[in-house]
Design a protein around this ligand. Structure first.
Ligand code: FES
Length: 319
């Protein structure tokens, strides 16, 4: 997990090329402006792209990771006419030669291959972007891995030609091949970790099929959460700002902390991007984000203040 640092600073990049990745998916290669290079990145990283209205969208970096400095980054963008507008703007308004404002990279879907562990990498649709970087990292590290990639048809599935044939299983619905997640887990070797990125219904299905086995997921959209643990207001001591605030049931910790003058970086405000990660100094958190694993939630070391709340009357946060 990262804490706010220079990777949160916004800066400009040039769109070096824009190419067709598949039906409805374009690949944007982003290069540094003259004389600079880009920060390095590991498999599973994403960047923020700032839209003209200041809103921010997250896109995973694809292809072989570059842990040192990077010559260029590449994102794959699925055009979603009924989405929130980010992909539509990129597809209709951004061409090679244009500049984009970005921030990052950050990584909340980290893949660090370890010898002796096998990896199953599962992608649904545009979820292939981070999974492609994991496959490249696994290949480079020489660990055992396989890729399971599901989509409507091969024409809608980007990066197919970059995945190693021997390790890749393709499930194109129009060819009658469907990914059987129960069979996948039943036949799994011991010491296997599964990574999955894709639409909500795939994530929900794989969490069910995994039945407690090692699984790391990345969601495009926030997970469903139940009622907050506390229905009433709670106190938050902002240790760095030096004030204690009261968070009412209808407001987020982020909103109240910002109003009190705390410097809190934020982006998605829905618990998916990780930008507002905050260190918990005291108190029990009601984790309502879509990022932390159950073990990380239980560790109670950080929280995402845009959505998570208190599970006790008072929290002390490093804000
Ligand atoms: S702002 Fe994105 S997780 Fe909080």
């Amino acid at each position: 997990m990262n804490h706010p640092d220079l990777h949160e600073t916004q800066f400009e990049v040039v769109v070096a090329s824009r190419t067709r990745g598949a039906d409805g998916i374009d690949l944007f290669e982003l290069a540094p402006v003259a004389g600079l290079s880009l920060p390095g990145w590991n498999a599973g990283s994403h960047i923020d792209v700032v839209l003209p209205d200041g809103d921010v969208r997250q896109y995973s970096l694809s292809g072989p990771p570059q842990p040192g400095r990077s010559e260029s980054w590449r994102i794959g963008v699925l055009r979603e006419p009924d989405g929130r507008g980010g992909s539509e703007w990129l597809h209709s308004g951004v061409q090679a030669g244009d500049r984009l404002t970005v921030a990052g990279p950050r990584n909340h879907f980290e893949f660090q291959p370890v010898h002796g562990t096998s990896y199953v990498l599962v992608a649904g649709g545009i979820g292939i972007t981070p999974i492609s970087s994991m496959a490249a990292a696994a290949e480079r590290a020489g660990v055992s891995y396989e890729v399971h990639y599901a989509g409507r048809s091969r024409s809608t599935m980007a990066l197919l030609d970059e995945l190693p044939d021997a390790e890749t299983h393709v499930y194109a619905a129009d060819e009658g091949r469907r990914l059987d997640l129960d069979a996948l887990f039943t036949g799994m070797k011991p010491f296997t970790t599964t990574f999955c990125c894709g639409p909500t219904r795939l994530i929900e299905a794989i969490e069910k099929a995994a039945a407690g086995r090692q699984l790391v997921v990345e969601r495009f959209a926030p997970r469903e959460v139940g009622e907050p643990v506390l229905q009433e207001a709670f106190e938050v001591e902002l240790a760095l700002t030096g004030v204690t605030v009261t968070v009412p049931p209808d407001r987020s910790v982020l909103d109240v902390a910002e109003e009190a003058g705390a410097l809190v970086l934020s982006s998605c405000r829905e618990g998916t991007c990780g930008t507002c990660e905050t260190v918990v100094l005291e108190g029990e958190v009601d984790h309502r984000d879509s990022i932390l694993t159950p073990d990380e939630q239980a560790a109670n070391e950080v929280m995402y203040v845009c959505v998570s709340r208190a599970a006790c009357p008072r929290l002390v946060l490093e804000l």
